[in-house]
Design a protein around this ligand. Sequence first.
Ligand code: IDP
Length: 139
Amino acid sequence: MTTNRTFTMIKPDAVAEGHTGAITKMIEEAGFRIVAIKKTLLTPERAGEFYAVHSERPFYNDLRNYMSSGAIVPMILEKENAVADFRTLIGATNPAQAADGTIRKLFAKSIEANAIHGSDSDENAQIEGSFFFAGTEQF
Ligand code: IDP
């Protein structure tokens, strides 16, 4: 089912460096409506749960620690073709390969500390949004 929604979170490096406002501005200027937003902290356990799909990867433990190292800003976003358009806006996982003008090109520090998450399917957008937000928090 296509929902026109995606899920994102600004990751600890970008929040700590004060890029939340600039990134949120880029997201809104690209035509996304913010349906839900908050600032919160993941425990290593919750971070591991969010990235459970990567549990066999060599970077999994580092990723859990990184994602629980500081505040994050999760959001649910709405726009036609949201999932694909948002992946284009954030750029490649590795900022060295991210296109000019993308959020990761502008703000990411490394392949791990890459500033922002974007869901890779409508199904995952729904699952990931529900991981952080109750239905009553989505407007
Ligand atoms: P994506 O976030 O672009 O969808 P995924 O492959 O789903 O990329 O990886 C999830 C996250 O895990 C990445 O955003 C990044 O923070 C981290 N990650 C991915 N590959 C590596 C790696 O090779 N080394 C360290 N961290 C990685």
